[in-house]
Write a protein that binds this ligand. Structure first.
Ligand SMILES: *Cc1c(COP(=O)(O)O)cnc(C)c1O
Length: 426
């Protein structure tokens, strides 16, 4: 390999002279300096993914609220805060992170089915932009909390458009059987109720139909369903100032071909205009599509274990670092940072954790030896933010690459860190 060749779907991750780079930084070097497992993120990749949305919304009144549960590391949040993004949060903890990273609370929207009173208070004190309310019971509690503080909480109701996003059942959220949102049929009634509650100010409507969506049709269908509701709700006398279409756009993990954000929004905005809602304030809540393919996880090969039915390649990253394969049977591409010549063997790539579910990739052709470093791709979203200490493994370190600059944005967690809040009973 002579000229730089980027990996499909990963324009900022390239092989140059037989070595894998993120932007201008050699990954073998990072692994040597910082150890493994190590998450490495490209700032340019994040800004480029954001840029596709910004192009899509050029000339529109639109707020992009990064759904930070995809990756809530402060250094990642700062990139998006400085680029002008708001944040979609799902807990008081996430709100604290936004503030610590310099995010604007006025651009925060608070989603989730189980907000506590304490979280509502915290969010009202911080002055967040909007609560995305998911049930009648939550409306009542939020009204009480806001009244007791002498405040008015801005609310949007999350409606369930009953659209199949054609994705994994665990990440499908807009179907009738899901716990999310209020039923389409009851929405008008609940809006009328919300409008009468003195502690609330109805400002918007929102939906979020699922994650890793790779087709346009579910979005177009959901938009139609939501706009039908806006028409009905406004006819009933409750004005809707903003429409929030949620997140969910997929990324290329394994030859997936989701639409580009700007192409998707060209179609969606055409529909919005055709239906006469083109001048509305818009919001979106993308998570995975902003960070997923900006990150890799570096991991060292510990052992090769040939077997009768399977060969195992045992690496030092595990399901506590990379939970998606175990949770969703998800695919992550795996590639050596310094590829060897030749074809090698077929392996199941697994971690050291004592669970058969601890696999990272199945049936992968790899030419590797112990000590080699592998890059697990598409590891920017729902990896570090879902990581755990299972098997008393400290969490990995994280690096943000910006051109040739290397920023350590999270130190490796020590074993002491993992038990410092515990007490021996005697
Ligand atoms: C998780 C979530 C998102 C982001 O989903 P992605 O698939 O990561 O884009 C947006 N909105 C809500 C309410 C969510 O729960």
């Amino acid at each position: 390999m002579t000229a730089a060749s980027s990996l499909p779907g990963h324009p900022f991750i390239t092989y140059q002279s037989g070595e894998l780079y993120v932007e201008q930084v050699r990954l073998s070097e990072l692994a040597r300096t910082h150890g493994t497992p190590l998450f490495v993120y490209s700032k340019a990749a994040m800004l480029s993914a954001l840029g596709a949305y910004q192009r899509g919304f050029a000339g529109r009144k639109a707020h992009i609220c990064y759904a930070m549960k995809a990756n809530s590391t402060l250094g990642v949040l700062q990139v998006f805060a400085q680029a002008g993004c708001g944040f979609d949060i799902v807990s008081g903890g996430e709100l604290a992170r936004v503030l610590a990273a310099g995010g604007d609370p006025a651009k925060v929207i608070f989603s989730g089915v189980g907000k506590t009173r304490a979280e509502m208070q915290q969010a009202l004190q911080a002055g967040i932009g909007c609560f995305n309310v998911e049930s009648t019971a939550e409306l009542e509690v939020l009204n009480e909390v806001a009244e007791s503080m002498g405040e008015k909480a801005c609310v949007s109701l999350r409606v369930n458009p009953n659209v199949d996003p054609k994705t994994h059942p665990y990440i499908s959220t807009g179907l009738k059987g899901n716990k999310f949102g209020v039923a389409h049929e009851q929405a008008v009634h609940i809006y009328l109720h919300a409008a009468r509650l003195p502690g609330l100010k109805v400002v918007g409507i929102d939906c979020h139909i699922g994650s890793q969506i790779t087709e346009m049709t579910p979005y177009l269908d959901a938009m139609d369903r939501v706009l039908d509701l806006v028409t009905q709700i406004e006819a009933a006398g409750v004005p809707i100032h903003h429409i929030d279409f949620g997140g969910g756009l997929g990324i290329n993990y394994n030859g997936d071909t989701p639409p580009e954000a700007d192409a998707l929004w060209a179609q969606l905005l055409a529909k919005l205009d055709a239906r006469g809602f083109g001048d509305r304030q818009l919001m979106i809540e993308p998570g995975r599509s902003l960070v997923g393919n900006a990150g890799v996880c570096l991991s060292e090969v510990l052992y090769l274990k040939p077997g009768e039915q399977k060969n195992f390649c045992i690496i030092d990253a595990a399901m506590n670092d990379l939970p998606r394969p175990a949770m969703y049977q998800a695919y992550h591409h795996i590639t050596p940072v310094q590829p060897r010549i030749g074809t090698g063997d077929v392996f199941d790539v697994v971690g050291p954790i004592c669970e058969s579910g601890d696999w990272i990739g199945r049936d992968r052709s790899l030419n590797v030896q112990p000590g080699d470093v592998l890059a697990v791709l598409s590891a920017g979203a729902y990896c570090m933010s879902m990581s755990s200490n299972y098997n008393t493994r400290g969490r990995a370190a994280e690096i943000l690459v910006d051109g040739d600059q290397v920023h350590l944005i999270r130190e490796r967690e020590s074993v002491f860190d993992t038990f410092q809040l515990e007490h021996l009973p005697v």
